[in-house]
Design a protein. Structure first.
Ligand SMILES: Nc1ncnc2c1ncn2[C@@H]1O[C@H](COP(=O)(O)OP(=O)(O)OP(=O)(O)O)[C@@H](O)[C@H]1O
Length: 586
């Protein structure tokens, strides 16, 4: 049952013109272990997610057992059941009250009997060396970090998918646990389907891999057996992966006059045997060390100097990758050409405050509808990803609004001893007015967070607070709270996206990407909240540290702030609109 990609490309969700993968054609055969290697941001996770049916390709086709994976923007459940994806930091996906329930969630789509489930759990725990230490009724949160990581991997392994796709499975695993995983991969090789591992840990996985695919800027830079690539390791160097230890050792031995280790000796044990063999030969034959050039690994001075050169002059990371490495939220998306992204942050602050004040001032529905118009207008020209993020935040808020308005209208009366439920439109509308105001303020806040990179936001704030400081007002704590709040809003959207991908992969729901089933909500919300608490804690400490280090560091520098004509126009329009809204209230 081969898994194939034909001319597959993938675009960035926030910019259809930015390609994360370009024209990739690959075929994966049963019984193979394939490594995906490449520097960070080269597209390994993107490729795994495409193969797992997590996101559709922007062009090209993916087929499993000769059937197209995607039909009408969905992957059918029978195909999804054959694919198992483990994410980076898998321990963050845990949510259930017990280890057994955690497995239960991952196994539910497979319709197994209770006994089959129990066997799968036992076997997956043993496979990952969790056996004896593991009580299925224990809370997963009572486990150590490494055990949680293994448990999360075990939940996918227990489902026994034909194609097991693992993203950095050994990151953060202790060496013994990594060896258990290695043993599992080795043992599973004979089963139907195959295994794909995106990894930076070449040394660990090379000896058992059948194939290595080197990715560079979303394209296939090399595709071959480990032995062939170690024999000609230039693609590793070109793609910024670095040379595996077996190649480095071979080079070092050659420099010391020991003939390079034959191809295919990739594990420490095999290399040790080969070295012992060479040393035995050496005792018999006197080797003229001086005849081997000092810089030459394989007797070919050209290849070494070439490889050294490329190591020293590795190509700079491509733009797309540089973007991937940049600070979260520090740069607007590439597609972001609209006016809002180009304004000075002080203008964005003012427009945001005008929108909030405009909404706060209104006490009638007519006033609120008028206040909603400029809030809607500023969304014109936002990038696609910003709009998608806004919908994600606003949808649950709209539900909350509808439910609150409905509940607020309910009236309980006890006439003739019977409880009677009535409905007061007046009460309902009064609540609706307040909730709608909150809705507008949230939309305005999201607009501000989406259009103003965090660093610029802080600069704008610093400028304003500079004046407050002169009046001896306590500005630092205020700055800290505001900075945290605005850094947090886009982070919620990103984390929601990440965890909704994880529950889709675990729950095997044949639904469109970006949607989540009601029954998957606990598996989404619990890890999401935990991750957000964790991030909030980290951010608060980091910002506090900055504050302690220097009272002004938190607020940053304001030298790069420049007001342009467009800023002037935007501010004047904002003031006029606010004046109009204030008059409306009067
Ligand atoms: N949801 C997204 N929106 C925009 N860009 C994205 C998104 N996901 C990934 N990218 C970009 O796609 C490129 C490839 O990312 P990917 O995660 O596939 O790389 P990787 O090789 O797995 O990196 P690593 O080794 O760090 O995990 C990066 O430049 C990244 O910034």
């Amino acid at each position: 049952m081969p898994l194939t990609l034909h001319n597959v490309s993938a675009a960035a969700p926030d910019d259809p013109n930015r390609r994360l993968l370009s024209d990739v054609s690959l075929a994966f055969e049963d019984g193979t272990v394939t490594l995906l290697v490449g520097r960070t941001g080269s597209g390994k996770s993107t490729l795994l997610q495409l193969l797992a049916g997590m996101r559709p390709p922007s062009s090209g086709e993916i087929r499993l057992n000769d059937e197209p994976l995607w039909r009408r923007r969905r992957v059918t459940q029978p195909l999804l059941l054959q694919l198992g994806l483990t994410f980076q930091f898998p321990e963050q996906q845990l949510f259930a009250r017990s280890v057994r329930q955690e497995f239960g969630y991952s196994l539910r789509p497979y319709g197994l009997t209770a006994m089959e489930k129990e066997q799968r759990i036992q076997s997956a725990c043993e496979d990952l060396g969790l056996g004896a230490a593991f009580d299925p009724d224990r809370s997963p949160f009572a486990l150590s970090g490494g055990q949680r990581r293994r448990l999360a991997l075990a939940t996918t392994i227990a489902a026994s998918p034909d194609w097991l796709l693992m993203d950095e499975p050994t990151a953060g695993l202790e060496s013994a646990a990594a060896k258990e995983l290695l043993r599992y991969v080795q043992a599973r090789k004979a089963a139907k389907g195959g295994i794909m591992i995106a990894t930076h840990d070449l040394d660990l996985f090379l000896p058992l891999a059948d194939r290595v695919i080197v990715l560079d800027c979303g394209t296939i830079a090399a595709d071959g057996t480990p032995a062939a690539l170690c024999g000609n390791p230039e693609p590793f160097v070109q793609a910024g992966v670095g040379l595996p230890s077996c190649v480095l050792l071979s080079h070092a031995l050659a420099r010391n006059g020991i003939t390079p280790i034959p191809e295919g000796k990739l594990s420490p044990e095999d290399m040790a045997d080969a070295i012992a063999e060479r040393l035995k030969e050496r005792r018999g034959v006197a080797i003229n060390v001086a005849s081997i050039p000092a810089e030459c690994p394989d007797g070919n001075p050209e290849s070494e100097s070439k490889s050294n050169k490329s190591e020293l002059h590795a190509p700079p990371p491509p733009q797309s990758q540089a973007a991937g490495l940049s600070q979260e939220g520090e740069h607007p998306p590439a597609a972001a050409k609209s006016l809002w992204y180009r304004l000075d942050p002080r203008t964005n602050w003012l427009l945001y405050l005008f929108m909030v004040l405009g909404a706060m001032l209104q006490s009638s529905w007519l006033g609120l509808v008028c206040a909603a118009l400029p809030v809607a207008a500023v969304y014109i020209g936002l990038s696609r990803s910003a709009l998608v993020g806004a919908v994600k935040i606003l949808k649950p808020l709209a539900w909350f609004m509808a439910i609150s308005v409905g509940l607020a209208g309910l009236e309980w009366t006890a006439s003739s001893g019977f409880p009677f439920v009535g409905f007061s439109l007046e009460n309902s509308l009064a609540t609706g007015l307040n909730v709608f105001r909150l809705f507008l303020i949230t939309i305005a806040s999201y607009w501000f967070a989406a259009t103003t990179p965090y660093g610029r936001m802080v600069q704008g704030l610093a400028w304003g607070l500079g004046y407050a400081k002169r009046l001896k007002l306590p500005t630092d704590s205020f700055a800290l709270a505001v900075s945290l709040m605005f850094k947090f809003i886009p982070m919620i959207v990103r984390e929601w996206q990440r965890f909704s991908d994880i529950v889709r992969a675990r729950g095997k729901a044949a639904i469109r990407p970006g949607t989540v089933r009601g029954r998957d909500m606990p598996a989404l919300v619990v890890p999401l909240l935990l991750a957000l608490f964790h991030r909030a804690e980290e951010m608060t400490s980091a910002l506090e540290m900055k504050k302690i280090g220097s009272r002004t560091a938190l607020l940053g520098h304001t030298d790069s702030l420049r007001l342009t004509r467009a800023d002037g126009l935007a501010i004047v329009s904002g003031i006029l609109l606010l004046g109009g809204l204030a008059a409306l209230r009067g």
